[in-house]
Ligand binder design. Structure first.
Ligand SMILES: Cc1cc2nc3c(=O)[nH]c(=O)nc-3n(C[C@H](O)[C@H](O)[C@H](O)COP(=O)(O)OP(=O)(O)OC[C@H]3O[C@@H](n4cnc5c(N)ncnc54)[C@H](O)[C@@H]3O)c2cc1C
Length: 405
C-alpha cells in the first residue's frame, strides 16, 4: 500500500504529509535538487520570489500551523499597506478591507460607491469578462486598488484577467481577518519548505531528489509502473500515486489531461541590502516595482504579470528599481541606511509562474484520472486562482481521494 507522490511543491508536500500522517508509507519523488517548487529557496537561501498570504488563505495558514511554521509568517503592515504613487508622489496607507474604508485615511484613491460596487459585482455570478472592461468607468479606483489586486492575485494584466476569477478571491475577503496580509519573516526555506519536510520526515515519509518521472506506464485504467529513467518502480496492486506536477508536466505524463496552456511570468529582484528590522511591505503605483519586501537580510521586489520585464536584463531593471525603492524608503521612513548606489542585485525570472487567469471556462480535471492515481497542483483546484492556498487544498483533496479508495 505504498504511495508515491510526484513533485515536492506545496501540493505534493501537503498530499504527502496527509498520507504519511494517515499511516501510509509515502515516497516523495522530486525532479530538482530541492523541495518547494515555485515557492522555494534558491541554493544561497534567497527566495525565488516573495510569497504573501492573506487571512482568507485558510488552508495555507492551517498547513503552516500543522507543520509548526505559523509563527514564521508575520504581518508586516497591520496599520494598512503603505502605497507610494510615483505619478504624483503621494504616499498613503490603504486598507485591503473595504470595511475599513469608512476611515478616509485608509481609503484607496477613487473609492466612490459606484466604483466599489463595480468591484463587488465581480463577486456575484455574471458574465466573465476582462476586469479592465468592468472597471472602465472608474479609472482612479481601478489604477489605485483593483489593478494591483488583480496583478497580485491573478498574475494577469487587468485587460486580460477574468472577472469571475477575481470574484473567487473577492468572495473570500469578507470574513474576519481575511484581508490580513502575511509574509515569511526569514524566507521560504526556514518558514515553509524546511518545516514541511521535517513534518513529513516525522510522519515517516521519505524524499528523493533528482528523480524526474519520465513516464507513467498504464494498464487497464491504472498506473502500473513509474519510469524514472535510470530506475523504474513497478506498482503493486494496492500502490497509489499522487501526480503533483505543474500543468505542462502533468499533461506530458497523462496526455489526455486538459491543462492550462497559457502562463504568465513573475520577475523578482533581490537586492543585497541589510538593515535593521522590522519586516516591511510596500506597494508602488506607476512604478516598475509593484511590491517591495524589506527584510533585515535583503530587499526583494516583485513584478507580477511581468511580460515586458521578463525580456529585460539586470542592467536595465536593477538601477530603475533601486531608485524607486529609495523613494519608497524615504516616503515611509524605513529604518536603516539606504545607499544611493545600486547594491548587488539578483534577478529571478519565473517564466511560467502561474497560469494566466483569462475569461473562459475554468478547467475541472477529475481528481482521480486513473484508478490508483490522484492529481494535485495549484492549477487543478478550480475554486481558486493558482496560489499556495489552491496547491495545499489540491494536495489534501488528492490525499483524501486515495484514502477513500
Ligand atoms: C515568483 C512567484 C511568486 C508567487 N507569489 C505567490 C504569492 O504571493 N502567494 C501565493 O499564494 N502564490 C504565489 N505564487 C504561486 C505559488 O508559488 C504556486 O501556486 C504554488 O507554489 C504551486 O505549487 P504546486 O505544488 O502546485 O506546483 P509546483 O510548485 O510547481 O511544484 C511542482 C513540483 O514538481 C516537480 N516536478 C515537475 N515535474 C516533475 C517530474 N516529472 N518528476 C518529479 N518532479 C517533478 C517540480 O520540480 C516542482 O518541485 C507565486 C509563484 C511564483 C513563481
Amino acid at each position: 500500500m505504498t504511495i508515491h507522490v510526484i513533485g515536492a511543491g506545496l501540493a505534493g508536500l501537503a498530499a504527502a504529509l496527509d498520507l504519511a500522517e494517515a499511516g501510509r508509507p509515502v515516497h516523495l519523488h522530486e525532479s530538482s535538487p530541492q523541495a518547494g517548487g515555485r515557492a522555494r529557496a534558491l541554493p544561497d537561501g534567497t527566495d525565488n520570489g516573495t510569497h504573501a498570504l492573506v487571512g482568507a488563505n485558510t488552508a495555507a495558514l492551517a498547513f503552516l500551523a500543522r507543520i509548526g511554521a505559523r509563527d514564521g509568517w508575520v504581518e508586516p503592515e497591520p496599520e494598512g499597506l503603505p502605497v507610494l504613487d510615483l505619478a504624483d508622489g503621494s504616499a498613503r496607507r490603504v486598507a485591503l478591507s473595504p470595511l475599513a474604508w469608512g476611515n478616509k485615511a485608509l481609503r484607496p484613491a477613487g473609492a466612490s460607491w459606484g466604483a466599489v460596487l463595480a468591484m463587488a459585482g465581480m463577486a456575484l455570478p455574471g458574465r466573465d469578462r476582462p476586469i479592465a472592461e468592468v472597471m472602465a468607468r472608474h479609472p482612479a479606483f481601478h489604477r489605485g486598488f483593483v489593478d494591483p489586486l488583480v496583478i497580485a492575485t491573478l498574475n494577469t494584466p487587468s485587460h486580460q484577467a477574468s472577472s469571475a476569477r477575481l470574484g473567487q478571491v473577492l468572495r473570500r475577503l469578507g470574513g474576519p481577518g481575511a484581508t490580513r496580509l502575511y509574509v515569511a519573516e526569514h524566507g521560504l526555506g526556514p518558514d515553509l519548505v524546511q518545516p514541511a519536510l521535517a513534518a513529513l520526515q516525522r510522519a515517516g515519509g521519505t524524499v528523493r531528489y533528482g528523480a524526474r518521472l519520465r513516464r507513467v506506464v498504464q494498464a487497464a485504467g491504472r498506473a502500473s509502473a513509474l519510469d524514472f529513467g535510470e530506475d523504474a518502480v513497478t506498482l503493486a496492486p494496492g500502490d497509489q500515486v499522487v501526480l503533483a506536477t505543474p500543468p505542462w508536466e502533468s499533461q506530458r505524463l497523462l496526455t489526455h489531461l486538459a491543462v492550462p496552456t497559457q502562463h504568465a511570468p513573475i520577475v523578482n529582484l533581490h537586492f543585497d541590502r541589510t538593515g535593521p528590522g522590522p519586516v516591511r511591505f510596500i506597494g508602488m503605483l506607476g512604478a516598475l516595482c509593484q511590491w517591495v519586501l524589506v527584510r533585515p537580510s535583503g530587499v526583494a521586489v516583485t513584478v507580477s504579470a511581468g511580460d515586458a520585464e521578463a525580456g529585460l536584463g539586470e542592467a536595465e531593471l536593477a538601477p530603475r528599481a533601486w531608485s524607486e525603492i529609495l523613494r519608497a524608503a524615504a516616503a515611509f521612513r524605513i529604518a536603516g541606511e539606504w545607499p544611493l548606489m545600486t547594491p548587488a542585485c539578483r534577478v529571478v525570472k519565473e517564466r511560467r509562474a502561474t497560469p494566466r487567469h483569462v475569461p473562459g471556462e475554468v478547467l475541472r480535471p477529475a481528481r482521480k484520472p486513473l484508478a490508483n492515481l490522484a492529481l494535485a497542483g495549484d492549477w487543478s483546484w478550480p475554486a481558486l486562482p493558482a496560489t499556495i492556498d489552491a496547491a495545499v487544498r489540491s494536495g489534501q483533496a488528492a490525499a483524501r481521494a486515495l484514502l477513500r479508495g
